[in-house]
Design a binder for this molecule. Structure first.
Ligand code: UT7
Length: 323
């Protein structure tokens, strides 16, 4: 019987400070109407100084473990998708390992921008299937507020901070054959690196870096690439759109999400949407949305969930999971 990666719990964390569109409009040349009409965003949560990628990721991970009925002893690997780690090293994953009281295994950060969680899920699934890990925390944790140019109205209104996590566990035997991660598909196209990037890093003393985006180009690629990713996931599994119970998309723009929902023929109530309240939390957006829909009972055991994301790189991908 093949080993499957069972998604046994999910969790999330949002910073305490809620910032409305009107609050931003009091500081920069924008308006609640523009932000809502172009993106669907009504508000976002922004981190206080102590709410770092490690702090938020630890809280999301604790909730995921609690919801899985698991503890630190069940974890043997931690993967964190983040573009905003607290430190160049140690990795956020290793800091979180210590915070959680996990004393074995390994952990590392993964840099794939907004696709970081989908990439992490794919790596974790491969490790579990090959028997190299049995309990893997996959976390997306981001504090984009610290890499935004707060004078650039075209980008600073779009993002929020937060963390989401899932716990994947090896499952074998009766009941696990049809559950868990059914497939993941990853893509990158480095030639498109200059349409969404951070113009510096810790490796540049002269330039810590802020986010730069050609929104129109990213939008155009997002619609095309994500549609392709969805079709790829369905055809790899011999499924049709009618088989999908829930779409949990990357939360960048409501217009992109609605276009994906229409393409799949999924009614709006089968698409999980958090962008209105969370804005774009990059690698945290998919696990945060998943955790919310699991916690409020919308997504139930046995449901087939399709997740997708696209971000700087460009990177993009999908994951199909039976809960
Ligand atoms: O997570 C990674 C993936 N990211 C994405 O998927 C983001 C993809 N892109 C988008 O979501 C959209 O392109 C945006 C929301 C970023 C922008 O929407 P748009 O409909 O493409 O607007 P635009 O950039 O073409 O700007 C239209 C107008 C411009 O004014 P003019 O030149 O027409 O006079 C902008 O200067 O809106 C102006 N504008 C704003 N006005 C008020 C841009 N930002 C703002 C703002 N408030 N915050």
């Amino acid at each position: 019987m093949p080993i499957r990666s069972i998604l046994s719990g999910a969790g999330g964390y949002l910073p305490e400070r809620l910032v409305s569109n009107d609050e931003l409009a009091a500081q920069i040349d924008t308006s609640d109407t523009w932000i809502r009409e172009r993106t669907g965003i009504r508000q976002r949560y922004l981190a206080a100084p102590h709410e770092t990628a490690c702090f938020m990721g630890t809280r999301a991970a604790r909730e995921a473990l609690a919801n899985a009925g698991a503890g630190p002893d069940d974890v043997d690997a931690i993967i964190v998708g983040t573009s905003t780690p607290d430190q160049a090293f140690p990795a956020t994953a290793v800091r979180i390992q210590a915070e959680l009281g996990v004393t074995r295994g390994f952990g590392f950060d993964l840099s794939a921008a907004c696709s970081g969680f989908i990439y992490g899920l794919s790596v974790a699934d491969s490790m579990i299937r090959t028997g190299n890990a049995h309990g893997v925390l996959v976390i997306g944790s981001e504090v984009y507020s610290r890499i935004l140019d707060w004078k650039d109205r075209a980008t600073c209104v779009l993002f929020g901070d937060g963390a989401g996590a899932v716990f994947l566990q090896a499952g074998e035997g009766y009941g696990s054959a049809d559950r868990g991660v059914l497939s993941t598909h990853l893509h990158a196209q480095g030639t498109l690196g200059d349409i969404l990037y951070v113009n510096g890093s810790v490796g540049r003393r002269d330039l810590p870096g802020t986010l730069v985006m050609n929104g129109k180009e990213v939008f155009r690629h997002a619609v095309i690439r994500l549609a392709g990713a969805v079709e790829e996931a369905l055809s790899a599994n011999g499924l049709t759109t009618a088989d999908i119970d829930w779409l949990v998309p990357h939360q960048a723009n409501l217009r992109i999400i609605e276009a994906m929902g229409r393409r799949l023929g999924l009614p709006a109530e089968r698409v999980v949407i958090t962008v209105d309240r969370h804005a774009n939390t990059s690698a945290a957006s998919v696990p945060l949305a998943l955790a919310e829909a699991l916690a409020d009972g919308r997504i139930k055991s046995g449901d087939l969930v399709l997740m997708e994301a696209l971000g700087g790189g460009l990177t993009w991908g999908s994951a199909l999971v039976r809960i």
